[in-house]
Design a binder for this molecule. Sequence first.
Ligand code: 5GP
Length: 201
Amino acid sequence: MVSGFSGAGKGTIMKALLKKYGNYCLSVSCTTRQPRPGEKDGREYFFKTQDEFDRMVENGELLEHAGYVGHSYGTPRAYVEQKIAEGKDVILEIEVQGAKIIREKMPEAILLFVSTPSAEVLKKRLAGRGTESEDTIRERLGQTLRESEEISHYDCLIINDDLDRAVEEVHQAIQTFKHTPKRERAFIEELQQELRAVNGR
Ligand code: 5GP
């Protein structure tokens, strides 16, 4: 899971990561917010009405869902489960409340948090994006302090001041954290069985 402040560059890092490395796939979320210029239904998001979104929640079609600055966001369950079963590294780009839910449901999930080097840079990037109104920018900046309080629950903090380096750090972090012993229980058990066998026990 990748979380981070709005404007920190998560989306750009994810696009570059997927282009560079083959085993990743990005989950496409559902949202009730309006598409930004250039966004396409089914590519950046599945754009839903609130009724459609609520129905998906009722039918258990979302792995997690959360509210963010007045809109609903959620992860479609079927795609994620299918890709995990295919052995893919599935990336969810989600905000901190959704990440908390996934962390509880899937304790083996790896959590990465993307930040700009400073609050000043964040403010400039968010404004420079030119896709949101001043009110929306203010609302999004207003979330950042609360979001920053969650960083300590993440496995790795990625400071995005250079895109290529940030992509490499995300890739390395995922590949490293995949092999922490708590995520390798099946391998360890199998190894122990083999060790018992070679030791004649
Ligand atoms: P944006 O409107 O900028 O595309 O996304 C706003 C926030 O919602 C971002 O922090 C983004 O990571 C998060 N988000 C996107 N999809 C999901 C989702 O499926 N679930 C949750 N909980 N957050 C999401």
